[in-house]
Design a protein around this ligand. Structure first.
Ligand SMILES: O=C(O)CCC(=O)C(=O)O
Ligand SMILES: [Fe+2]
Length: 212
């Protein structure tokens, strides 16, 4: 599967102009269903873990801020390998057009159960120089507006709502990790996705900054 060239151009323009882009039907439903199947199996087998906030030793569970359950992808299945392959192509295009120096990609499945949410946050803080571009692929077939679980995108001021994105299957939400505050509204039904981050290489001589 390849990325639609027209949509790709819109993505690059929008990343520069607004810092975010909503890309419906970016990834085929058949691949999304295979990935959804993996999330559901992981959930059945007790392999999803409550998500934390912060990183490394500072990781903490904070149920007031986020309630989803996650599992990191490792590329072990054909579906994951195909997903990573598409994201590698995307990384190359972004680097070619915007010179962002994206270096690696990390991603986890996320499952939000009814009532779960993720309050307004940034995925990365300026100066930390790690997560540069955030991606969220939605895996929910036949998602209706009344199911809730929208991704709310805020302007850089953190107050004005710029968009309310419905988490429909195949859609990719993409935004600048350090600049775009965003929030997941409470969902009414189980809501599955893959959240991922393109990182730049922030390792220096004495400081190695592990992905997670
Ligand atoms: O699922 C979404 O729409 C966004 C998730 C998110 O913001 C995150 O995992 O950091
Ligand atoms: Fe986020």
């Amino acid at each position: 599967m390849t990325l639609n060239p027209d949509a790709l151009e819109h993505l690059l323009d929008n990343l520069v102009e607004k810092g975010w882009y909503e890309w419906p039907q970016a990834i085929s439903s058949s691949l999304c269903l295979a990935l959804l199947n993996e999330v559901m199996l992981a959930e059945e087998n007790g392999k999803l873990k409550k998500a934390g906030i912060g990183r490394g030793d500072e990781q903490q569970l904070n149920r007031d801020i986020r309630r989803d359950q996650i599992r990191w992808l490792n590329g072990e299945s054909a579906a994951q390998a195909e997903f990573f392959c598409i994201m590698a192509a995307l990384q190359q295009e972004i680097n070619r057009a915007l010179f962002m120096g994206l270096f690696e990609y990390e991603a986890h499945y996320a499952l939000y159960q009814p009532g779960d949410f993720y309050k307004k946050h940034l995925d990365s803080f300026q100066g930390q120089a790690n997560r540069m571009v955030s991606t969220v692929l939605y895996l929910n077939p036949d998602w209706q507006a009344e199911n809730g679980g929208e991704l709310v995108i805020y302007a850089k001021d953190g107050q004005t709502i710029e968009a309310t994105i419905i988490p429909s299957i195949g859609k990719l939400a993409i935004f600048l990790s350090e600049e775009i505050p965003h929030e997941v509204l409470p969902t009414q039904l189980p809501r599955a996705s893959i959240a991922g981050w393109f990182r730049c290489n922030s390792s220096t001589a004495n400081l190695v900054n592990p992905a997670r």
